[in-house]
Design a protein around this ligand. Structure first.
Ligand code: F0G
Length: 491
């Protein structure tokens, strides 16, 4: 039996009761939510693994910091504390606070991207790409191909393919590339890190062509942890030092503080360039708030400053990623197909392999997230074709190579027992996978469609059919209702 090598490096001071629901209640709730887990009410959820964003439990020190909020419109003490901490931990020269990560993405995109530009990055992230496109740019994926293979074990699946980046520079010219966006611990690839060796090579290539690099530092601390674990020469280096080295290879960053930084709201933009900083401060007052609060209360900035310091503590990060590994290993042991190696912020179930009977056009990951909720009350998130949206030129659905369901672990919130229950629920569902039914859109928003889209099962009214219900339908029809599944799955 595998040994649990660590326990949570905290004890519990306050508890929040969880709601327990019946299966019938959950079936009604998911139907009312249009078969979209984003539209469920949280009171109907038992274990909420929708996201690790803004869901962390703050420490007693952070809560104490909230009481020290200096709610001055201008020049709040908390801003100066945050500026000092960001400077020490991330190393950049200028800090522009924003209400969350996408506020920083908006400002960076609007400042730097001109219509017709190309913005390369190591796999897209939904809001990042949306802001690049709204500014008139085009996102170009330059992540190494191995990131698209969920079964491949590689320590740095977030690495950039230098050949792809070079080819883009040759094709469109460096002047059409305002910056390269390097995402740390690539979210849509399954929380996979980029290596320092790769980042150094990428930096050299970009410098040669005068292309700036901005990190999406949202999960940079988790990336630093993997560098320490996996990259030669870093076993004895602290997480804090590795993080500084990563940031030193870029010109600035956007960051959602709702992840690594252990707060429920907040974000920031950092730049080293003085002129760019001045421009960003000009924009932040229009879209977020004065440059010394950027849409945040003083107390939020204080909690963020303390959270950033806690985020790079060794005990914290080891337990944080250790918990993800604990859940992932249980699923691997049971044969559940998940993205390998286990990532930093969650477990990504390969829905295409979990549900081979559901064609991509019927959104297997969306269906799986809904079925898991019905089965157990655990809320997960689709990260596949629904999230990828449509090709802006052709209007066709984009079918990314990864069709995933993300079980995202909030930081310091759930215990190992919750992980056990989650693993048991997923494993039970895996045994019953053929009973899961594909989905079709009934409402499709134009921007970031996954947040508010609504769906219906392709046959019947339920996403997870019971054996009793399965018989009469299955006798006549396949899962997609039209033979698109090859008739493999009877529902
Ligand atoms: N970049 C990455 C890599 C992210 O994962 C997110 C948010 C953002 C930027 C935007 O930050 O939400 O503070 O505006 N990710 C959340 C998630 C929504 O669930 O993965 P935000």
């Amino acid at each position: 039996m595998a040994r649990r090598s660590w326990a949570e490096p905290f004890k519990i001071k306050m508890v929040e009761p969880l709601s327990m629901t019946t299966r019938a209640q959950r079936e009604a709730a998911i139907a009312a939510a249009g078969f979209n887990t984003f539209l469920l009410r949280s009171r109907d959820v038992y274990i909420d693994l929708l996201t690790d964003s803004g869901t962390a439990a703050m420490s007693d020190r952070q809560w104490a910091g909230m009481m020290m909020g200096d709610e001055a419109y201008a020049g709040s003490e908390n801003y100066y504390h945050l500026e000092d901490v960001v400077h020490r931990v991330y190393g950049y020269k200028h800090l522009i606070p924003t209400h969350q990560g996408r506020g920083a993405e908006h400002i960076l995109s609007r400042m730097c991207i001109k219509p017709g530009d190309f913005v390369p990055g190591n796999m897209y992230f939904t809001t990042t790409k949306a802001h690049q496109e709204l500014a008139g740019g085009r996102f170009v994926d330059v992540i190494h191909d191995r990131a698209h293979d969920s079964t491949l074990e590689h320590p740095f699946k977030g690495d950039i393919d230098l050949g792809k980046l070079r080819a883009l520079i040759d094709k469109v010219g460096a002047t059409k590339i305002p910056y390269l966006c390097v995402q740390c611990n690539v979210n849509m690839a399954g929380g996979q890190p980029i290596s320092l060796a790769n980042l150094r090579e990428v930096r050299a290539l970009c410098q040669k062509h005068g292309i700036r690099i901005f990190l999406d530092a949202t999960r940079a601390v988790e990336n630093a942890y993997f560098i320490r674990q996996r990259e030669a020469g870093y076993a004895g280096t602290s997480i804090a030092q590795i993080l500084l080295e990563m940031c030193s290879l870029s010109d600035g960053c956007t960051c959602s503080a709702k992840k690594d930084s252990l707060v429920n709201i907040g974000g920031f933009l950092c730049v080293n360039d003085d002129d760019l900083a001045e421009q960003a401060r000009g924009m932040v007052v229009v879209y977020e708030g004065l440059h010394t609060y950027g849409g945040l209360a003083g107390r939020d900035m204080e909690a963020m400053a303390i959270g950033i310091e806690e985020s790079v503590q060794e005990d914290h990060i080891r337990a944080r990623i250790g918990q993800v590994e604990y859940l992932g290993q249980k699923l691997i042991d049971a044969g559940v197909p998940i993205v390998r190696p286990i990532g930093g912020h969650g477990i990504f179930i390969d829905a295409a392999r979990f549900l081979p009977h559901i064609p991509r056009e019927q959104f297997p990951a969306q269906a799986l997230a809904c079925a898991l909720y019905v089965e157990s009350g655990v809320r997960a998130m689709e990260r596949g074709a629904v999230s990828a949206g449509r090709n802006p030129d052709t209007g066709e659905n984009i079918f990314p190579s990864l069709e995933l369901v993300r079980l995202t672990l909030p930081r310091r919130v759930y215990t190992q027992a919750h992980m056990d229950v989650t693993a048991e629920s997923v494993i039970e569902l895996f045994k019953n996978a053929p009973k899961i039914v594909g989905l079709k859109f009934t409402f499709e928003p134009r921007q970031l469609r996954f947040f508010q889209a609504r769906f219906a099962p392709v046959v019947g009214s339920r996403v997870l059919v019971s054996e009793a219900a399965a018989e009469p339908v299955g006798a006549k029809q396949c899962c997609c209702g039209g033979g698109g599944c090859g008739g493999r799955a009877r529902v």
